[in-house]
Design a protein around this ligand. Structure first.
Ligand SMILES: [Zn+2]
Length: 259
């Protein structure tokens, strides 16, 4: 059970045909993926996955279609044509969110603990990053910013904070948590396995703390309810009374995962 970050729409189309596209290639993740341009002029990537309907996702790279292996191209094209306005709006929203949430240069900004911080680059003898909820000062010999150093610092802080938070919340609620690991997944805030292991995205520490705790609550609730049933949401609500608002709000930050 996992917590999706990207903008997601599922037109719920049914599949009737077992025709497959001729030009399949394998992507990094072992999925069969293929890049195409729709009849309406929208570039997109198809990922053939195990699901029953066509899913449309807007990522930083553009439109991704997740579809069962047997869904014919004309059905995918029809789904794109049908959702054309949604795709255009979602792409624009994604672009402006990305611009708001991360502009990693001197005078640019970074999101940390829900605060939009101005990035300050300084030249100095020693490399250091001072990232707190109030400031982001990057010192380097050249006075330039290497964005991977910022990510490493966010990961370091996440490693200190997230496992402890998850363990404390699980203990307080009596949930059977085994192991907590950090992830750098590009589309997921968190995931949970049946044997009690929770994975949390290191970028959770960039979110406003109540939203970070909401995602942790969601994954912890899966330790006892491996579904999204009413019983599951009751556990989430016990851990996070404002879960409904938080669940909606987290969606605005999905684009952070794609950095
Ligand atoms: Zn879930």
């Amino acid at each position: 059970m996992s917590f999706w970050g990207a903008l997601f729409a599922s037109p719920g189309l049914q599949n009737s045909d077992r025709e497959r596209p001729a030009t399949l290639s394998s992507s990094k993740r072992g999925l069969q993926a293929v890049n195409r341009i729709s009849a309406t002029g929208i570039p997109y990537r198809i990922e053939r996955v195990r699901r029953k309907s066509i899913g449309l996702i807007i990522t930083a790279e553009g439109l991704v279609i997740r579809a069962p292996s047997w869904t014919p191209i004309y059905e995918i094209e029809a789904a794109i044509a049908e959702r054309k306005t949604w795709i255009a709006n979602a792409t624009e929203r994604q672009r402006s969110r990305l611009a708001q949430l991360a502009e990693l240069r001197h005078g640019g900004h970074i999101l940390f603990r829900g605060n939009k911080l101005k990035i300050e680059a300084r030249a100095g003898l020693f490399e250091s990053i001072d990232l707190t909820e109030h400031q982001c000062v990057v010192t380097s010999v050249t006075g330039e910013i290497a964005t991977d150093r910022l990510d490493l610092e966010i990961k370091r802080l996440a490693k200190i904070e997230l496992p402890t938070l998850a363990r404390d919340m699980a203990r307080a609620a009596g949930l059977p948590l085994q192991e907590v690991r950090l992830s750098s997944a590009k589309t997921l805030w968190g995931s949970c396995t049946v044997d009690g292991n929770v994975r949390l995205n290191f970028r959770l520490v960039q979110l406003p703390p109540p939203l970070m705790r909401h995602v942790v609550a969601h994954e912890l609730a899966h330790l006892v309810e491996f579904n999204h049933s009413a019983r599951f949401w009751a556990i989430v609500a016990a851990l996070d009374p404002q879960w409904k608002a938080h669940r909606r709000a987290v969606k605005n930050y999905g684009v952070l995962l794609e950095l």
